[in-house]
Design a protein around this ligand. Structure first.
Ligand code: ZN
Length: 310
């Protein structure tokens, strides 16, 4: 069993528009845009990152907005719900706020003894705010959401599968322990992990998901550094997983592999971080391009990347 993984690092999803995506995460949810860059593998598409003030691993929601992309069809083999932690007692505030911003499908529920608020993102992405009373992370508070209610970072990701078995075994191998089960949902966590260390597996009998706008593309797990990442890579490969070589994503190093249920997992390093090419005070303001795409800046800005109005 591995002991290098700390919890979630980031969650990456698909969107249909950069402006609506940016507005939802910064204005409605009050997160900070911490990086405005491009998809390194397809630089005509933005890669937008939102999180706390510094883009701390475990708070970072990222998007590839494809203009006018078709919506995904939810199903099995994907992350169905991304969960953010909010302070105890803050859900009435969020219920009002989300309604004011015309957020769809807002629904209160209690799961595993925790009050939570379900709602849809702009592309019908599945989100939940979960009340927790022991989250010591410092939130970003410069976008009109005060500290007593602001999002702390991720709480959890909920993976929808038709068969829990093989994925549960993989999570255990990665260092997760089964915590409890409620109806068709099994909850796992990493003992001693970060505040973003919960994975739920929901077992449903449904067709496979068809990815599109509103779908989670992959989830990334955090390791401290490159050495630990190589240990995880070797252990996964020794167990029979096909894992990519280490890829330099400028702000972290990444390896990817697909789970038995078809979900794309990434293991990402906490180093070097989002301040490697921008001052923390100005994170996310300018378009940052990786060296290999810098020569495309003019054409990307003029032709492909819609201006985002903050
Ligand atoms: Zn990623």
């Amino acid at each position: 069993m591995l002991n290098q993984i700390n919890g979630l690092h980031h969650v990456t999803s698909l969107a249909s528009g950069a402006q609506s995506n940016n507005d939802f995460f910064t204005k409605t949810l009050g997160l900070r845009r911490i990086k405005k860059t491009v998809n390194f593998d397809a630089p005509e598409v933005y890669h937008l990152y939102y999180g706390d003030g510094a883009g701390t691993p475990g708070t970072v929601m990222t998007y590839f907005p494809f203009p006018n992309a078709r919506r995904g069809n939810p199903g099995t083999g994907e992350v169905g719900i991304t969960g953010f932690a909010v302070p105890e007692g803050s859900l009435p505030y969020w219920q009002d706020r989300l309604a004011t911003f015309d957020v769809k499908n807002i629904k209160s529920e209690t799961t595993f003894g925790q009050n939570r608020l379900r709602f849809d993102g702009p592309d019908r992405d599945g989100f939940v705010l979960v009340e927790t009373d022991d989250d010591t992370r410092t939130p970003w508070t410069n976008n009109g959401v005060s500290e007593d209610v602001a999002i702390r970072g991720f709480h959890s990701a909920d993976i929808r599968l038709s068969d829990v078995g093989a994925s549960a075994e993989l999570l255990r191998f990665m260092g997760y322990e089964k915590l409890e089960q409620q109806d068709n949902v099994t909850r796992f966590h990493i003992p001693g992990g970060t505040a973003a260390n919960v994975i739920d597996i929901t077992e449903v009998n449904a067709p496979s998901a068809h990815q599109g706008a509103g779908s989670v593309h992959h989830i990334a797990f955090s390791v401290d550094n490159r050495e630990r990442q190589l240990e995880v890579r070797k252990a996964l490969m020794d167990t029979g997983y096909q894992v990519t070589p280490v890829i330099d994503r400028d702000y972290f190093y990444a390896i990817y592999f697909r789970t038995p249920g078809g979900v794309l997992f990434e293991v990402a390093t906490n180093e070097p971080g989002f301040d490697r090419d921008e001052d923390t005070a100005h994170l996310g303001e300018a378009l940052m391009l990786p060296t290999q795409h810098e020569h495309l800046r003019a054409i990307l800005e003029q032709k492909y990347l819609e201006p985002i109005i903050d």
